[in-house]
Design a protein around this ligand. Structure first.
Ligand SMILES: C[S@@+](CC[C@H](N)C(=O)[O-])C[C@H]1O[C@@H](n2cnc3c(N)ncnc32)[C@H](O)[C@@H]1O
Length: 286
């Protein structure tokens, strides 16, 4: 692809989704755009850019971002986070709390919010708890898959056996691919899926969210987009709530009141701590 054209696509992705693509990703970008060119019967990328910049541009933009985004995910990815979720809700339950909200910020095809749903169903089993899970993503294609909640045998391989039996129902018979399994209605009913562009705060929800998983998405953003995202997530988090980011991500260089509590996990101070902080700073002469 000619450099100016490639630059134009990279700028558009950054402007619309906050995603930073460099020219070194040319083969990947070309391969992903090829699908859209075929779907629209176009012969080159210049024509495609014209479509994006033309009157039907906003509609096509959704498909463009679908094509360009990287959606890799899996059930129980970075499993220590889910162990921490179990421990934290256990602690909150013993304090008498009965209402919780959870948010999978970049939910992709649903594996992350449904892993949360499984872990929470286990933690809350036999109790009357008001809890819900929100899953958001920019890609309508992956959100449709998440709503379908149907996975192959290979996709649910990492779900421990007893949980697989409890929370998945066979949907199609074993064929060459091994059949498919759908997340049971009880978990799907707890989970709301919605489109959200993380690069365009403020977000419509007010929270407060007790645990937020924002994993393996900030790596695609530059520092200003990350900074604005973390500020917005922090606003929506409950005091004492947790933010979990991907193990290959960091909040280094981000101005935030969140405090590290464990590897790639941060806590919003409880309101009482926030109120105490200025006085403590004054006492310390800061
Ligand atoms: C690599 S997946 C991570 C999925 C999951 N959080 C995990 O860790 O397994 C990244 C997801 O971020 C989504 N994404 C990328 N840019 C986004 C944006 N600006 N707003 C919302 N979602 C975005 C992509 O569509 C993709 O589904």
């Amino acid at each position: 692809m000619e450099p100016a054209l490639l630059r134009a696509f990279c700028d558009l992705v950054h402007e619309k989704a906050g995603i930073t693509l460099t020219e070194s990703k040319e083969p990947l970008i070309t391969a992903r755009l090829a699908k859209r060119l075929r779907a629209l019967g176009l012969t080159d990328e210049r024509q495609y850019l014209n479509v994006l910049e033309g009157p039907a541009g906003d509609d096509e933009l959704v498909h463009f971002l679908d094509a360009i985004s990287t959606n890799f995910t899996s059930f129980f990815r970075e499993p220590d986070h889910f162990e921490h979720v179990t421990a934290q809700v256990g602690a909150w339950l013993s304090e008498g709390r009965r209402k919780f909200r959870f948010w999978s910020v970049a939910a992709s095809s649903g594996e992350e919010p449904y892993t949360l749903a499984i872990v929470l169903a286990e933690a809350f089993a036999g109790r009357d708890i008001d809890y819900r899970i929100l899953g958001t993503d920019i890609s309508t294609r992956v959100l449709a898959l998440a709503r379908e909640a149907t996975y192959t045998e290979a996709q649910i391989e990492r779900v421990p056996g007893p949980l697989r039996h409890r929370y998945f129902a066979r949907k199609t018979k074993a064929g060459a691919g091994g059949g498919t399994y759908q997340v049971v209605p009880a978990l799907r009913e707890r989970t709301t899926l919605a489109r959200l562009n993380l690069a365009a705060p403020p977000f419509p929800m007010s929270g407060p969210m007790d645990i937020v998983l924002c994993r393996n998405v900030m790596i695609y953003f530059d520092q200003p987009v990350r900074q604005a995202l973390v500020v917005e997530i922090e606003r929506i988090m409950a005091p004492g709530g947790l933010l979990m980011i991907g193990h290959s991500e960091t909040l280094n260089g981000i101005r935030t009141g969140l405090r590290p509590v464990q590897a790639s996990t941060f806590q919003k101070p409880a309101s009482s701590e926030q109120r105490r902080m200025p006085a403590q700073r004054a006492a310390a002469g800061r």
